[in-house]
Design a protein around this ligand. Structure first.
Ligand SMILES: N[C@@H](CCC(=O)N[C@@H](CS)C(=O)NCC(=O)O)C(=O)O
Length: 216
């Protein structure tokens, strides 16, 4: 094995795990929970000094490459371990590369924080700790990025392309859908963006997504 991916499927590690599974790349999964201090151990801090999962180590003939930041990990796997053949999740043209980059950065800056608030305060946290008012505010702010995403997906559909970057599932979809799926507990909000809803279902129904999510 040359590629090691640290982190569990029920975390941001789903992004590199999902990308690797889509490509059929052999990898070693290091099951690293994000609770209990494992990501803050001295050993793991030498891999990711930020103390977060995921991270990956790619043992290569020219030396080991370490990547952290979940979006970077997924984009790296697609670029370095995939074939730019127009069939796989790897971007196969400058336009596809641009879509993957811009939507991944967009997700981190425009979507992730409020999507996480929705997930935590509508579903993930114990009911007595949830603060619905925080979820309400996050949902209200999410109308802006969700409208941007919906408009892009409608334009993609108009040109015969069902996914974010192409007429096939790419790493751009891994990066964005892994976060957009956190908004699903806000079903009424999501229903206002039909192109997002249809695309998101296509993405999360993929077997590799379910397989990645199950990795403990
Ligand atoms: N921006 C980082 C965030 C990483 C992050 O916050 N990871 C969480 C798990 S989803 C974690 O490791 N939490 C444990 C900790 O920070 O100690 C990324 O996308 O990789």
């Amino acid at each position: 094995m040359t590629l090691k991916i640290y982190g569990i499927g029920a975390s941001r590690a789903v992004r590199p795990l999902w990308a690797a599974l889509e490509l059929g790349v052999p990898f070693e999964h290091i099951p690293m929970p994000y609770t209990g201090g494992a990501t803050r151990s001295p050993e793991f801090l030498t891999i990711n000094p930020n103390g977060h999962s995921p991270a990956l180590i790619d043992e290569r003939p020219e030396g080991a490459v370490t990547v952290w930041e979940s979006m970077a990990c997924a984009l790296y796997i697609a670029r370095v371990h995939g074939q730019a053949d127009g069939q796989s999740i790897t971007p196969a043209s400058p336009r596809e590369e641009a879509e993957a980059l811009r939507w991944s950065f967009w997700t981190v800056s425009e979507l992730e924080s409020d999507a996480l608030t929705v997930l935590m305060h509508r579903m993930a946290m114990p009911e007595d700790q949830r603060k619905p008012e925080l979820a309400d505010k996050a949902e209200s702010r999410l109308k802006v990025p969700l409208a941007v995403l919906d408009k892009h997906l409608k334009a993609q559909q108009a040109r015969g392309e069902a996914y974010l970057a192409a007429n096939r599932f790419t790493v751009a979809d891994v990066c964005v859908a892994s976060v957009a799926s956190w908004v699903r507990p806000a079903a009424a909000l999501l229903a206002q963006y039909p192109a997002v809803s249809v695309w998101l279902k296509l993405c999360v129904d993929r077997p590799a997504q379910a397989q990645a999510r199950r990795m403990k």
